[in-house]
Design a protein around this ligand. Structure first.
Ligand SMILES: *Cc1c(COP(=O)(O)O)cnc(C)c1O
Length: 453
């Protein structure tokens, strides 16, 4: 069997798959506890993306211009991890979808390009956003450069801003501008800095700043773009799983036994997994695993509830698993995936029993990432190592059981801009940190008066 399974450009998906057509969802709520209307989101997002956000149509056409831009790197290869299999001595067949081949180095341009395109169609001139490790800020800067005529302004979580200067340069190279968050540019940022001047920042804070910067633009030509969590982002990412299915079919595989992705806000996981969840809903026997960090255990220890997506409570209340919007991740954690909430669609899929969530400590993840780099060659993003660690666990299980399982995981990105995390791991400077039940309980108290799903 060949190592790399390619598709022709003509075989790229022409439609996105919308899981909301097959999975009942609770509506997002406004501050008064009543379901929000699309108009209420209009200051934040362009209406064409809001329509996708609330759509329950099963298939949504990918605009031809967007397909053309995705062709810069898509279809992405599906790769058989022969060398990793050999190192593990497993009878399992391990495949990975290599999303690290995009210009920004991750899956995120799959949604950055359509988001920038729909904003441009709607007459928007500037997009604000947040970024954690810098992947999303880079992806959106890249997308705005391709589309042309749209500025990109990024609020980057301060601890990453200081640790990852190369991500800032990448954003600047594509024409984006980037400030450390919390910043003095917004009321939300100033409020956090007044109370916690030394804060490392968080995605929840950066989202508040980016939304504020969008909705307070007096020209009305600025909107906000989110790189994960929302339904339309999950939708755009499904090109990953739709391609993967065709690629598996090319080598005679009708269905995988196990599908694995890492979970931050849920988008790369959703991208690979949702087309397989559709098959599972229709009766296929597939195990689908979402891997998250033990230090930010949203799915495994969080509560399914209505919560805000950001610290300043600017977003509607979303029905999702959450650790509470005030969550600030432990600064020792180098593995990414530090968001307090989880995509409502991914949350609904977990609740319905289609997805098994697991939490893994960062030392096991970096060890898995090192083994992957030494066998398959690609240095994975720290986020991605959670999926690799989960894959290795399953491959070892298959060995114990003597079963030739088909495992596919999403290689969401490479780690060439995240080498500081690897350096810390190799120097023995990373410790594991599991959030205690007390800590989680204390953080969730703030949610006591909120509507419950
Ligand atoms: C952003 C990112 C993630 C986490 O975000 P999701 O929305 O959960 O996919 C995972 N891997 C990489 C490489 C990323 O850049």
């Amino acid at each position: 069997m060949e190592k790399k399974i390619y598709l022709d450009e003509s075989e790229m998906p022409k439609k996105w798959y919308n899981l909301a057509a097959d999975l009942p969802m609770l509506p997002p709520l406004g501050p008064d506890g009543k379901p929000i209307s699309p108009e209420m989101l209009a200051p934040v997002f362009p209406m064409n993306l809001i329509e996708q956000e609330v759509s329950t149509e099963r298939w949504i056409s990918i605009p031809e211009e967007v397909q053309g831009m995705l062709k810069i790197w898509r279809p992405s290869p599906l790769i058989r991890a022969f060398e990793l299999e050999k190192a593990l001595g497993t009878p399992a067949k391990i495949f990975y979808k290599n999303e690290s081949v995009s210009p920004a180095g991750s899956h995120k341009p799959n949604t950055a390009i359509p988001q920038a395109w729909y904003n441009k169609q709607f007459g928007i001139k500037r997009i604000t956003t947040e970024t954690g490790a810098g992947q999303w800020g880079s992806a959106l800067s890249f997308a705005c450069a391709l589309i042309g005529g749209i500025e990109c302004k990024v609020f980057m979580v301060r601890v990453s801003y200081e640790q990852k200067p190369f991500r800032q340069i990448l954003m600047n190279t594509w024409g984006g501008t980037c400030v450390a968050s919390p910043s003095m540019e917004t009321a939300a940022g100033r409020a956090v800095l007044a109370e916690f001047p030394d804060t490392p920042g968080s995605l929840g804070i950066a989202i508040s700043e980016a939304i504020e910067a969008a909705v307070t633009d007096p020209t009305g030509k600025t909107r906000y773009g989110l790189g994960s969590v929302l339904n339309h982002v999950m939708l755009h990412q499904t090109v990953i799983g739709l391609e993967a299915k065709k690629q598996l079919a090319k080598v005679g595989i009708k269905k995988p036994d196990i599908v694995i992705g890492c979970c931050g806000g849920g988008s790369n996981f959703a991208g690979l997994a949702f087309p397989f969840i559709q098959d599972k809903i229709n009766g296929d026997d597939i195990e689908i695993i979402g891997a998250e960090p033990a230090s930010c255990p949203t799915l495994t220890k969080g509560t399914f509830m209505y919560d805000h997506g950001d610290i300043a409570k600017m977003t509607p209340l979303l029905p999702m698993y959450s650790l509470g919007h005030n969550f600030i991740p432990a600064p020792i954690h180098a593995g990414g995936l530090r968001y307090h909430g989880m995509s409502p669609l991914v949350s609904a899929a977990v609740r319905a029993g289609y997805v098994t969530p697991i939490a893994i400590n960062q030392s096991e993840c970096f060890e898995a990432g090192m083994l992957f780099a030494k066998t398959e060659g690609i240095v994975p993003a720290p986020e991605t190592t959670h999926a690799i660690a989960a894959t290795i666990r399953e491959a070892k299980k298959a060995k114990e059981e003597g079963k030739e399982k088909i495992i596919i995981f999403n290689l969401s990105g490479h780690g060439l801009m995240d080498l500081v995390g690897y350096d810390k791991y190799m120097r023995g400077q990373l410790s594991d940190y599991e959030m205690s039940d007390k800590e989680i309980g204390d953080n969730l108290h703030q949610m006591d008066g909120y509507p419950k799903p």
